[in-house]
Write a protein that binds this ligand. Structure first.
Ligand SMILES: Nc1ncnc2c1ncn2[C@@H]1O[C@H](COP(=O)(O)OP(=O)(O)OP(=O)(O)O)[C@@H](O)[C@H]1O
Length: 615
């Protein structure tokens, strides 16, 4: 703790200066959001005070009503917001209003620093918080006194240029008053009609009375405790905007209440955009935990598993003890029960959406599939149900059309025992690869996966509805023989000697060379002898920045292919060119598997091959 002098001027932290610079000089549109930010801070302070009172802590001015008062003075061009919340001590003032702790604000700054325009939804997501007051004010004064009985009141003020001043003041009531001296071009914010309109728009769900010049303006509602048919579509959307700091409407909504095994009222929203996917860093959880309408924990990390961090909303359970501490919250049996019930209900909701509202589900999948996959890979309690929510393209679905594992199983061929999948960065790449040849030949469907996490989930799962999940780049896939379109194949002894010769030429790159039963068009294919699929190897190549970070392969050759037949002849004659051709054949097969091959050696070899061809 710093023991500050009674009257002092301090510098803002560098990031705050940067933020203020942007707030003051570049944010001209949507300036009215400053009011929402300040009201939301006031409401937070009031929620925290209510919690302190309930948990029997001693509180200064315990009888003050919990409310927000806005005073406007059109003559002096001032606006003040007063709350009777927890207030701040001198140290808290310095910490909270002189520095930025919020990682979101830093990401927001970074985004702006890269020359992007601040869009209003983004401001809503990350918040410029308290500092947004400087969009409309050329001086901001914060008069505050903490709820702690021994606390001394303080006054903080700043003009938003690099410094602020702070001094102590006797006789203040508990809570915080923020006074704005409005800029000349922001004087409309001293007019009651303007302020009332803005409150209606952004803050009508604030759970404390708000008055403007003494007139009460909001209706306090805990709509999550109401019946579904008592809440209008508009109220839901407004509530979403309030709770998610959003400006658009949600993509999906789930409102439910259950009595057993636990009494729960919940209202959950899926937003339209996934800011994590758009590159704004990891999302913070967005669901608040209530007990009988009293906020227990905002943005609770414990009420839902991490993979559901994209959800916004409210969970209210009367079974929660009000004075539950952070520690007990984390590992209480009650919390894990709540978590299980709510997660299960949400997953059920998604599968209903997928069935009854496929277009909506598709939109959801396009934006939020990464979270469902994360859940399927990490949340073993719900893995079985989550896997049913996964969607894939396949060799029998049209481009962009998605199927589930259940769809696949339903249309499996009678004699087919396993579920087949193959990974590749894009549909076109997969379809050009030799892996599909045999399956096309047999008219068997293959699921296309595009991300390593898909393969991770499927290989970890092992089976689905009793059917084995098999990556078709595995060496041990059992398949009926294909019809070789090339006519006669090499005789057995030639195959044997060619295989031995290839093994010798390619050395440690191959664990085995053998005749293929699955190729009809391509000369050769590489297969994985172990459980590591090509997609995971590809990822390791990139992560380790090492093109050799792939294990030995099984090389299968198409013994009916003219190229292989000719190679057999050349190898018998000990032609030096045969070696070059063999190496290129192997690299081509790696490329077809989507693996990355050192381009330098390939180019060199290709030039040798060209030279010979041109001669
Ligand atoms: N009216 C208030 N009463 C008590 N504390 C406040 C009040 N306003 C702000 N604070 C304190 O100042 C901190 C910083 O506020 P600021 O609005 O910049 O960020 P935030 O509220 O934490 O985040 P965000 O606004 O992005 O949600 C708050 O976390 C809170 O501790």
């Amino acid at each position: 703790m710093t023991t500050a002098a009674p009257n002092e001027t301090r510098e803002f932290q560098a990031e705050v200066k940067q933020l203020l610079e942007i707030v003051i000089h570049s944010l001209y549109t949507d300036r009215e959001i400053f009011l929402r930010e300040l009201i939301s801070n006031a409401a937070d302070a009031l929620e925290k005070l209510r919690y302190q009172k309930i948990t029997n802590k001693e509180v200064l001015d315990a009888d003050l009503p919990l409310e927000i008062n806005i005073e406007l003075n059109d003559q002096d061009h001032t606006l003040s917001i007063t709350d009777t919340g927890i207030g701040m001590t001198r140290d808290e003032l310095v910490e909270n209003l002189g520095t930025i702790a919020h990682s979101g604000s830093k990401a927001f700054l970074q985004h702006l620093a890269e020359g992007n325009k601040p869009d209003v939804n983004l401001i809503g997501q990350f918040g410029v918080g308290f500092y947004s007051a400087f969009m409309v004010a050329d001086k901001v004064t914060v008069t505050t006194r903490s709820y702690r009985p021994e606390a001394v009141g303080c006054v903080w003020s700043s003009e938003g240029t690099g410094t602020y001043s702070i001094h102590e003041e006797e006789g203040l009531p508990r809570g915080t008053k923020i006074t704005l001296d409005l800029k000349e071009d922001a004087r409309e914010f001293a007019k009651p009609e303007t302020i009332k309109r803005i409150i209606k728009q952004y803050s009508s769900f604030v759970p404390f009375p708000i008055s403007v010049n003494g007139e009460k303006v909001n209706t306090i509602q805990a709509i999550w405790t109401k019946n579904k048919n008592e809440v209008s579509e508009e109220e839901y959307n407004e509530f979403y905007k309030f709770i998610a700091n959003a400006y658009d409407e949600p993509l999906m909504r789930l409102h439910f209440s259950v009595d057993a095994p636990l009494a729960i009222n919940a209202l959950l929203f899926v937003p339209k955009d996934n800011f994590e996917r758009l590159g704004f860093g990891r999302m913070e959880p967005g669901v608040n935990l209530y007990c009988r309408k009293v906020l227990i924990q905002s943005q609770s990390k414990d009420i839902l598993p991490e993979w559901l961090r994209f959800l916004k909303g409210v969970v209210d359970s009367e079974e929660l003890p009000l004075n539950i501490s952070r520690e007990t919250m984390q590992d209480s049996a009650l919390m894990s029960k709540l978590r299980r019930v709510i997660t299960g209900r949400f997953i059920k909701f998604l599968s209903e959406q997928a069935k009854d509202n496929p277009e909506k589900y598709k939109e959801f999948w396009q934006n939020f599939s990464m979270f469902i996959k994360e859940g399927a890979a990490t949340d073993f309690t719900h893995q079985k149900d989550l896997v049913k929510l996964l969607r894939f393209e396949s060799s029998k679905s049209e481009k962009g059309q998605l199927i589930s594992l259940q769809d696949y199983v339903k249309r499996m061929k009678e004699e087919q025992r396993d579920i087949y999948y193959i990974n590749g960065p894009a549909r076109e790449v997969i379809e050009a690869s030799p892996y599909l040849e045999a399956f096309r030949d047999q008219d068997m469907e293959v699921i296309y996966t595009h991300e390593p996490v898909d393969d991770y989930i499927l290989s970890q799962l092992g089976e689905f509805e009793g059917k084995k999940l098999v990556s078709i780049d595995r060496a041990d896939v059992e398949l009926p023989d294909v019809n070789n379109q090339n006519g006669a194949v090499l005789p057995e002894d030639k195959v044997k000697s060619l295989s031995q010769w290839l093994k010798q030429v390619l050395g440690e790159k191959v664990s085995e060379v053998r005749e293929s039963k699955r190729l009809s068009e391509s000369p050769a294919i590489v297969l994985n002898p172990d459980y590591v699929s090509s997609s995971i190897q590809r990822m390791m190549q990139v992560m380790n920045k090492d093109l050799n970070a792939i294990g030995p392969k099984v090389l299968e050759i198409n013994t009916g292919h003219p190229l292989i037949k000719r190679l057999s002849e050349l190898s018998e004659k000990d032609e030096p060119f045969a070696k070059i051709a063999a190496e290129q054949l192997f690299d081509n097969a790696l490329i077809s598997a989507g693996l990355i091959v050192d381009p330098r050696s390939i180019v060199q070899r290709m030039n040798q091959i060209l030279e010979r061809a041109l001669n």
